[in-house]
Design a protein around this ligand. Structure first.
Ligand SMILES: Nc1ncnc2c1ncn2[C@@H]1O[C@H](COP(=O)(O)OP(=O)(O)O)[C@@H](O)[C@H]1O
Ligand SMILES: Cc1cn([C@H]2C[C@H](O)[C@@H](COP(=O)(O)OP(=O)(O)O)O2)c(=O)[nH]c1=O
Length: 228
Protein backbone atom coordinates (compact mmCIF):
# COMPACT_ATOMS: atom_id res chain seq x y z
CA UNK A 1 0.00 0.00 0.00
CA UNK A 2 1.20 3.57 -0.78
CA UNK A 3 1.97 5.77 2.17
CA UNK A 4 -0.91 8.21 2.77
CA UNK A 5 0.05 11.87 2.28
CA UNK A 6 -1.52 15.26 2.85
CA UNK A 7 -3.10 17.14 -0.08
CA UNK A 8 -3.28 20.77 -1.15
CA UNK A 9 -7.09 20.83 -1.20
CA UNK A 10 -8.27 18.52 1.53
CA UNK A 11 -12.01 17.74 1.34
CA UNK A 12 -14.66 17.51 4.02
CA UNK A 13 -17.21 14.71 3.50
CA UNK A 14 -20.17 13.95 5.78
CA UNK A 15 -22.48 10.93 6.01
CA UNK A 16 -26.10 11.38 7.03
CA UNK A 17 -29.25 9.28 7.36
CA UNK A 18 -31.42 7.49 9.90
CA UNK A 19 -30.41 4.98 12.55
CA UNK A 20 -28.68 1.77 11.47
CA UNK A 21 -28.46 2.56 7.75
CA UNK A 22 -24.72 1.76 7.70
CA UNK A 23 -23.08 5.19 8.12
CA UNK A 24 -20.33 4.13 10.55
CA UNK A 25 -19.50 1.07 8.45
CA UNK A 26 -19.15 3.15 5.29
CA UNK A 27 -17.24 6.00 6.94
CA UNK A 28 -14.56 3.46 7.92
CA UNK A 29 -14.50 1.98 4.43
CA UNK A 30 -14.19 5.36 2.74
CA UNK A 31 -11.23 6.31 4.94
CA UNK A 32 -9.57 2.99 4.01
CA UNK A 33 -10.22 3.61 0.31
CA UNK A 34 -8.74 7.11 0.52
CA UNK A 35 -5.66 5.71 2.26
CA UNK A 36 -5.41 3.12 -0.51
CA UNK A 37 -4.94 5.93 -3.06
CA UNK A 38 -2.43 7.57 -0.68
CA UNK A 39 -4.75 10.25 0.72
CA UNK A 40 -4.41 11.05 4.42
CA UNK A 41 -7.88 11.09 5.97
CA UNK A 42 -9.25 11.30 9.49
CA UNK A 43 -12.49 9.64 10.65
CA UNK A 44 -14.69 11.43 13.14
CA UNK A 45 -18.30 11.54 14.33
CA UNK A 46 -21.05 13.73 15.75
CA UNK A 47 -22.05 14.40 18.32
CA UNK A 48 -18.44 14.06 19.44
CA UNK A 49 -15.00 14.11 17.91
CA UNK A 50 -13.30 16.23 20.61
CA UNK A 51 -13.27 15.78 24.42
CA UNK A 52 -15.73 18.64 24.98
CA UNK A 53 -18.08 17.46 22.25
CA UNK A 54 -17.91 13.85 23.54
CA UNK A 55 -18.89 15.17 26.98
CA UNK A 56 -21.96 16.84 25.46
CA UNK A 57 -22.71 13.60 23.60
CA UNK A 58 -22.95 11.51 26.75
CA UNK A 59 -24.88 14.27 28.42
CA UNK A 60 -27.61 14.15 25.73
CA UNK A 61 -27.66 10.51 24.68
CA UNK A 62 -26.88 8.43 27.75
CA UNK A 63 -27.98 7.71 31.22
CA UNK A 64 -31.36 9.35 31.22
CA UNK A 65 -34.27 8.72 28.93
CA UNK A 66 -36.11 12.01 29.18
CA UNK A 67 -35.57 14.67 26.55
CA UNK A 68 -34.10 18.12 27.00
CA UNK A 69 -36.58 19.31 24.41
CA UNK A 70 -35.66 19.77 20.75
CA UNK A 71 -34.71 23.46 21.11
CA UNK A 72 -32.24 22.91 23.95
CA UNK A 73 -30.86 19.87 22.13
CA UNK A 74 -30.28 21.96 19.00
CA UNK A 75 -28.25 24.42 21.10
CA UNK A 76 -26.25 21.62 22.77
CA UNK A 77 -25.49 19.88 19.45
CA UNK A 78 -24.42 23.25 17.99
CA UNK A 79 -22.09 23.91 20.94
CA UNK A 80 -20.52 20.47 20.47
CA UNK A 81 -20.22 21.09 16.71
CA UNK A 82 -18.51 24.44 17.16
CA UNK A 83 -15.79 22.81 19.27
CA UNK A 84 -15.47 19.93 16.82
CA UNK A 85 -15.13 22.28 13.84
CA UNK A 86 -12.64 24.67 15.41
CA UNK A 87 -10.51 22.07 17.24
CA UNK A 88 -10.49 19.12 14.86
CA UNK A 89 -12.13 19.63 11.45
CA UNK A 90 -10.69 23.01 10.41
CA UNK A 91 -7.12 22.30 11.60
CA UNK A 92 -7.04 18.96 9.77
CA UNK A 93 -8.35 20.48 6.53
CA UNK A 94 -5.83 23.33 6.81
CA UNK A 95 -3.04 20.77 7.25
CA UNK A 96 -4.13 18.88 4.11
CA UNK A 97 -5.88 15.94 5.77
CA UNK A 98 -9.32 14.93 4.45
CA UNK A 99 -12.05 14.74 7.11
CA UNK A 100 -14.80 12.11 6.94
CA UNK A 101 -17.55 12.66 9.49
CA UNK A 102 -20.35 10.34 10.67
CA UNK A 103 -23.30 12.82 10.95
CA UNK A 104 -22.95 16.62 10.93
CA UNK A 105 -25.19 19.70 10.67
CA UNK A 106 -27.90 18.05 8.55
CA UNK A 107 -28.66 15.80 11.53
CA UNK A 108 -29.63 18.85 13.61
CA UNK A 109 -31.87 20.12 10.83
CA UNK A 110 -33.46 16.67 10.39
CA UNK A 111 -33.86 15.62 14.06
CA UNK A 112 -34.33 18.88 15.96
CA UNK A 113 -35.63 21.02 13.06
CA UNK A 114 -37.84 19.17 10.59
CA UNK A 115 -38.79 16.29 12.90
CA UNK A 116 -38.46 18.04 16.27
CA UNK A 117 -40.26 21.24 15.30
CA UNK A 118 -37.50 23.79 16.00
CA UNK A 119 -37.90 26.86 13.82
CA UNK A 120 -35.84 27.00 10.59
CA UNK A 121 -34.44 30.43 11.40
CA UNK A 122 -33.10 29.23 14.73
CA UNK A 123 -31.52 26.19 13.06
CA UNK A 124 -29.98 28.53 10.40
CA UNK A 125 -28.47 30.77 13.10
CA UNK A 126 -27.05 27.88 15.12
CA UNK A 127 -25.63 26.43 11.92
CA UNK A 128 -23.81 29.67 11.07
CA UNK A 129 -22.35 29.78 14.55
CA UNK A 130 -21.33 26.13 14.68
CA UNK A 131 -19.89 25.71 11.18
CA UNK A 132 -17.65 28.77 11.34
CA UNK A 133 -17.56 28.78 7.51
CA UNK A 134 -16.75 25.07 7.18
CA UNK A 135 -19.62 23.50 5.25
CA UNK A 136 -19.00 19.99 3.90
CA UNK A 137 -17.82 19.66 0.29
CA UNK A 138 -19.96 16.55 -0.14
CA UNK A 139 -22.71 14.91 1.93
CA UNK A 140 -23.69 11.31 1.33
CA UNK A 141 -27.23 10.60 2.53
CA UNK A 142 -27.75 6.87 3.06
CA UNK A 143 -31.41 6.14 2.55
CA UNK A 144 -33.48 3.10 3.47
CA UNK A 145 -36.77 2.00 4.97
CA UNK A 146 -36.32 2.37 8.77
CA UNK A 147 -38.06 -0.95 9.46
CA UNK A 148 -35.49 -2.74 7.29
CA UNK A 149 -32.68 -0.85 9.06
CA UNK A 150 -33.99 -1.95 12.47
CA UNK A 151 -34.25 -5.57 11.32
CA UNK A 152 -30.62 -5.33 10.24
CA UNK A 153 -29.44 -3.95 13.58
CA UNK A 154 -31.51 -6.53 15.51
CA UNK A 155 -30.22 -9.43 13.44
CA UNK A 156 -26.62 -8.32 13.90
CA UNK A 157 -27.17 -7.98 17.66
CA UNK A 158 -28.52 -11.53 17.82
CA UNK A 159 -25.55 -12.81 15.78
CA UNK A 160 -23.14 -11.01 18.09
CA UNK A 161 -25.00 -12.18 21.23
CA UNK A 162 -25.64 -8.57 22.32
CA UNK A 163 -28.70 -7.02 23.96
CA UNK A 164 -30.46 -4.29 21.98
CA UNK A 165 -30.34 -1.20 24.14
CA UNK A 166 -30.73 1.98 22.08
CA UNK A 167 -30.18 5.63 22.91
CA UNK A 168 -32.85 8.29 23.35
CA UNK A 169 -33.53 8.72 19.63
CA UNK A 170 -33.45 5.01 18.78
CA UNK A 171 -36.37 4.56 21.20
CA UNK A 172 -38.72 6.76 19.13
CA UNK A 173 -41.55 4.96 17.30
CA UNK A 174 -41.44 3.80 13.68
CA UNK A 175 -43.70 6.60 12.34
CA UNK A 176 -41.24 9.11 13.79
CA UNK A 177 -38.38 7.35 11.98
CA UNK A 178 -40.34 7.47 8.71
CA UNK A 179 -40.72 11.24 9.12
CA UNK A 180 -37.01 11.46 9.83
CA UNK A 181 -36.27 9.63 6.59
CA UNK A 182 -38.38 12.17 4.67
CA UNK A 183 -36.59 15.01 6.48
CA UNK A 184 -33.19 13.82 5.22
CA UNK A 185 -34.57 13.41 1.68
CA UNK A 186 -35.95 16.94 1.74
CA UNK A 187 -32.62 18.37 2.99
CA UNK A 188 -30.88 16.53 0.14
CA UNK A 189 -33.35 17.96 -2.41
CA UNK A 190 -32.80 21.48 -1.08
CA UNK A 191 -29.02 21.11 -1.22
CA UNK A 192 -28.63 19.28 -4.52
CA UNK A 193 -25.12 20.61 -5.19
CA UNK A 194 -23.74 19.25 -1.94
CA UNK A 195 -25.85 16.17 -1.20
CA UNK A 196 -26.19 12.85 -2.93
CA UNK A 197 -28.71 10.22 -1.88
CA UNK A 198 -27.62 6.58 -2.16
CA UNK A 199 -29.82 3.58 -1.42
CA UNK A 200 -28.42 1.81 1.65
CA UNK A 201 -30.42 -1.33 0.89
CA UNK A 202 -27.51 -3.11 -0.74
CA UNK A 203 -24.72 -5.32 0.57
CA UNK A 204 -21.83 -3.59 2.35
CA UNK A 205 -19.36 -4.16 -0.52
CA UNK A 206 -21.78 -2.90 -3.17
CA UNK A 207 -22.60 0.17 -1.13
CA UNK A 208 -18.90 0.82 -0.58
CA UNK A 209 -18.30 0.67 -4.35
CA UNK A 210 -21.23 3.02 -5.06
CA UNK A 211 -19.89 5.54 -2.54
CA UNK A 212 -16.36 5.31 -3.92
CA UNK A 213 -17.68 5.94 -7.45
CA UNK A 214 -19.51 9.07 -6.27
CA UNK A 215 -16.47 10.38 -4.38
CA UNK A 216 -14.15 9.81 -7.36
CA UNK A 217 -16.59 11.48 -9.72
CA UNK A 218 -16.94 14.50 -7.42
CA UNK A 219 -13.19 14.79 -6.82
CA UNK A 220 -11.50 13.58 -10.03
CA UNK A 221 -8.12 14.67 -8.68
CA UNK A 222 -8.25 11.51 -6.54
CA UNK A 223 -7.57 9.22 -9.48
CA UNK A 224 -5.58 11.59 -11.68
CA UNK A 225 -2.80 11.72 -9.09
CA UNK A 226 -2.81 15.54 -9.22
CA UNK A 227 -4.01 16.05 -5.65
CA UNK A 228 -0.61 16.50 -4.01
N1 LIG B 1 -24.99 -2.85 3.82
C1 LIG B 1 -25.26 -3.54 4.94
N2 LIG B 1 -25.98 -4.66 4.90
C2 LIG B 1 -26.29 -5.35 6.04
N3 LIG B 1 -25.91 -4.99 7.29
C3 LIG B 1 -25.19 -3.85 7.40
C4 LIG B 1 -24.82 -3.07 6.25
N4 LIG B 1 -24.11 -2.00 6.67
C5 LIG B 1 -24.04 -2.10 8.02
N5 LIG B 1 -24.67 -3.21 8.46
C6 LIG B 1 -24.85 -3.65 9.86
O1 LIG B 1 -25.97 -2.89 10.34
C7 LIG B 1 -25.71 -2.38 11.66
C8 LIG B 1 -25.72 -0.86 11.63
O2 LIG B 1 -24.60 -0.39 10.86
P1 LIG B 1 -23.84 0.95 11.25
O3 LIG B 1 -22.75 1.14 10.27
O4 LIG B 1 -23.48 0.96 12.70
O5 LIG B 1 -25.03 2.01 10.99
P2 LIG B 1 -25.22 3.50 11.49
O6 LIG B 1 -23.86 4.08 11.76
O7 LIG B 1 -25.90 4.17 10.34
O8 LIG B 1 -26.08 3.44 12.71
C9 LIG B 1 -24.37 -2.96 12.08
O9 LIG B 1 -24.62 -4.12 12.82
C10 LIG B 1 -23.67 -3.27 10.76
O10 LIG B 1 -22.76 -4.32 10.91
C1 LIG C 1 -25.28 15.10 15.28
C2 LIG C 1 -26.68 14.92 15.79
C3 LIG C 1 -27.12 13.67 16.22
N1 LIG C 1 -28.38 13.51 16.67
C4 LIG C 1 -28.83 12.17 17.14
C5 LIG C 1 -28.93 11.17 16.05
C6 LIG C 1 -28.67 9.85 16.73
O1 LIG C 1 -29.90 9.37 17.24
C7 LIG C 1 -27.78 10.24 17.89
C8 LIG C 1 -26.35 9.87 17.64
O2 LIG C 1 -26.22 8.58 17.92
P1 LIG C 1 -25.29 7.59 17.10
O3 LIG C 1 -25.33 6.33 17.88
O4 LIG C 1 -23.96 8.21 16.84
O5 LIG C 1 -26.02 7.52 15.70
P2 LIG C 1 -26.46 6.23 14.89
O6 LIG C 1 -27.63 5.68 15.62
O7 LIG C 1 -26.81 6.75 13.55
O8 LIG C 1 -25.28 5.29 14.86
O9 LIG C 1 -27.88 11.66 18.04
C9 LIG C 1 -29.27 14.57 16.70
O10 LIG C 1 -30.42 14.41 17.12
N2 LIG C 1 -28.86 15.80 16.28
C10 LIG C 1 -27.58 16.02 15.82
O11 LIG C 1 -27.23 17.17 15.43
Amino acid sequence: MLEATKTRHARFITFEGGEGVGKSTQVKRLVANLNRVAIEAVRTREPGGTPKAEAIRSFILQGRSESWGAGAEAVLFAAARHDHVTQLIAPNLAAGTWVICDRFHDSTRAYQGLTGGVDDKLIDGLETLALDGHAPDLTIVLDMDPEAAFRRVAQRAVEDGLALTGDRFEKEDIEWHKRLRQAFLSIARNNGERCIVISAEQAENELEAAIWAVVCERFPELLSGSQA
